[in-house]
Design a binder for this molecule. Structure first.
Ligand code: UT7
Length: 321
């Protein structure tokens, strides 16, 4: 049995901030952001939370799949921006949905979180332990971003995407690979809240996201094509045989570079980074759900999904739609 996506959904916060708005906060310009990243605007949470966005996307995915929340066996939320350190966002979403029969936990793998989640879902489904899985990528990165740092604040957006997977005898995920390299943890990290324990203060100063942008860029353009080539070999497919490559929406130039390395036309690499910016673990499921909604995915299509992020983490999979 393979894990097959049978429903998708997405949800973005109502508030939209364009590049001109960011130019009022930091020294930047619409032109610089568009040219270097492809981003035009992003949605930022004002009223919404990671939990509410996740639940919104999940309800749509369940309706799309024609499944009741009670039928879910496993509910995972890939996120690095939970509303509460504990309990997990997944438990809170479980309560919102009434997914009373599901075991619920979060997956922390930054922008590769959705790929890690697919990996876990596939393993549980293949083993026969669970049948129906809800996987959500949800983030409110706006709360981790330093809004005085132009090197990071222009990149990120908030949102959520969800996919319902079930056991299928045909199609679904046919090959996958995930990887981690913790020795490079410090090229993209967030220390979080300073520790005020009287026995041990940790001296943390910044609780905001910090990034060496060029290091991450170089890692992405090297690792993503290699990882995709690996899963294509495993699936016995050529790059030409793939109908659509859905990549983590981090930077338009990264996506273009991957297309070039794989010798594939850019038209096979759909993008929504212009509208959504980088929503970390939510970027792939939002893109997938929007593609489905727009009727751009057809039964039997060969799709490649790939992402990368802090950790460092990365992953790719091949699925037959
Ligand atoms: O999900 C994974 C998350 N992270 C990523 O994927 C990040 C990958 N990296 C990137 O996307 C790019 O490295 C950035 C978009 C972050 C930066 O683009 P870059 O082409 O690598 O620019 P840079 O860091 O080399 O900076 C070039 C110049 C610098 O000025 P000087 O030193 O040449 O005078 C920066 O200070 O651009 C300056 N700069 C900006 N200027 C206007 C950096 N950020 C901005 C900005 N507006 N927002």
């Amino acid at each position: 049995m393979n894990a097959k996506v049978i429903g998708t959904g997405w949800q973005l916060p109502a508030y939209e901030a364009d590049n001109h708005y960011l130019a009022t906060l930091v020294e930047t310009s619409d032109e610089w952001i568009r040219e270097r990243t492809g981003i035009v605007k992003r949605h930022l949470a004002k009223e919404e939370t990671t939990t509410s966005l996740a639940a919104g996307a999940a309800r749509k995915a369940l309706a799309d799949a024609g499944l009741q929340a009670e039928e879910l066996d496993l509910l995972m939320v890939a996120t690095i921006t939970p509303d509460t350190d504990t309990p997990s966002t997944a438990c809170r979403v479980q309560a919102e949905l009434g997914a009373v029969n599901a075991v619920a936990f979060d997956v922390s793998a930054a922008c590769a979180g959705f790929l890690y989640g697919l990996h876990i879902a596939d393993a549980f489904i293949k083993s026969g332990i669970y049948r129906n899985v809800l996987l959500i990528g949800a983030e409110t990165l706006s709360k981790l971003v330093d809004w005085t740092d132009r090197g990071t604040c222009i990149l990120f957006g908030d949102g959520a995407g969800a996919a319902v997977l079930t056991a299928a005898s045909e199609g679904g995920i046919i090959a996958q690979s995930v990887g981690s390299n913790g020795s490079k943890w410090d090229v993209l990290f967030c220390m979080g809240r300073p520790n005020r324990n009287p026995l041990h203060e940790d001296g943390k100063e910044s609780g905001y996201l910090q990034m060496e942008g060029q290091e991450v860029f170089k890692f992405a353009v090297k690792t993503v094509p290699a990882c995709i080539e690996q899963v294509l070999t495993e699936a016995g497919l050529s790059a030409d045989a793939v109908d659509c490559y859905l990549l983590h929406q981090a930077n338009q130039r990264i996506i273009q570079s991957v297309a070039k390395r794989l010798k594939q036309p850019e038209e096979k690499f759909p993008m929504n980074i212009d509208q959504c910016a980088n929503t970390s673990s939510a970027s792939l499921p939002i893109l997938l759900a929007q593609m489905k909604e727009q009727g751009r995915l057809h039964p039997g299509d060969h799709l490649v999904l790939s992402g990368f992020g802090a950790g460092l983490t990365w992953g790719a999979c091949v699925m037959i739609w």
